[in-house]
Ligand binder design. Structure first.
Ligand SMILES: O=c1ccn([C@@H]2O[C@H](COP(=O)(O)O)[C@@H](O)[C@H]2O)c(=O)[nH]1
Length: 234
């Protein structure tokens, strides 16, 4: 996969806001310093797909975080539709059938598929509660192996697992890490967190940051501080 040309693309700001209007206001506040945005459930279910198209038309990169998971045929058809949006990344859950369906749906389009291994709000106890017999690191490793075999383009995991994931997937697939917390910021529901500098030093390609930027009193300054950390650690 093409390597990152612009260091600004390493930061992906999660547009976890209720309306397209709020999203636009945030994008305009953040300005040219932020080039990559993530659209998740909240916004996707409130006009976010049109916004994705619009942001792409304005030269921004978009990560559509829909975490698709269904029977293979349905995933294939859904992904096929989403290839038309021009977004850069789309997430699916890292289940083998789901990933194979997604890869078929992506075809030879420019869309890059990311497999979500174990949500960063989960620890070993949460996985046990959900019926899994594996610790987080073991599940992440297994799913990274399966993603690679399925032909997926990248992995979503905590930055703390970057080392084991890179070992499994090799140099070409991307590693995208949510659960990033600048020192002093609240973890909220995230359980597997690293700071921006730690994540970059350990080898993460892209860092996803939501609340520490979008809920900051000055989001532009907060994004600038994360970017400074990224640049210094790169
Ligand atoms: O394992 C995952 C997968 C996706 N996310 C998403 O990333 C952002 C993180 O937001 P913060 O406010 O910085 O916690 C959010 O949109 C999640 O849906 C994740 O956190 N973990």
């Amino acid at each position: 996969m093409q390597k990152i040309n612009d260091v600004r693309d390493r930061l992906i700001v999660a547009l976890d806001v209720p309306t397209v209007w709020d999203a636009y206001r945030l994008v305009s506040t953040l300005g040219d310093g932020v080039t990559f945005y993530k659209i998740g459930y909240r916004l996707a279910f409130a006009g976010g797909l049109d916004l994705a198209r619009q942001l792409v038309a304005e030269g921004k990169k978009v990560f559509l975080d829909l975490k698709l998971h269904d029977i293979g045929n349905t995933v294939r058809e859904g992904v096929e539709s989403l290839t038309k949006l021009g977004v850069t990344f789309l997430t699916v859950h890292a289940y083998p059938q789901t990933m194979r369906g997604a890869v078929e749906g992506r075809g030879d389009s420019a869309l890059k598929l990311l497999a979500v291994t174990a949500l960063t709000s989960y620890d070993d106890g949460d996985l046990r509660d959900a019926g899994y017999g594996l610790a987080v690191r073991d599940l992440v490793r297994l799913r990274a192996e399966q993603a690679r075999s399925a032909g997926i383009d990248g992995i979503v995991c905590s930055a703390a697992e970057t080392g084991i994931v890179r070992e499994v997937i090799g140099p070409d697939m991307v590693i995208v890490t949510p659960g990033i917390r600048p020192s002093g910021s609240a973890a909220g529901d995230q359980k597997r967190t690293l700071t921006p500098a730690e994540a970059i030093r350990i080898g993460a390609d892209h860092l996803v940051v939501g609340r520490p930027i979008i809920r900051a009193a000055d989001p532009r300054a907060a994004a600038g501080a994360v970017m400074d950390e990224i640049v210094a650690a790169s």
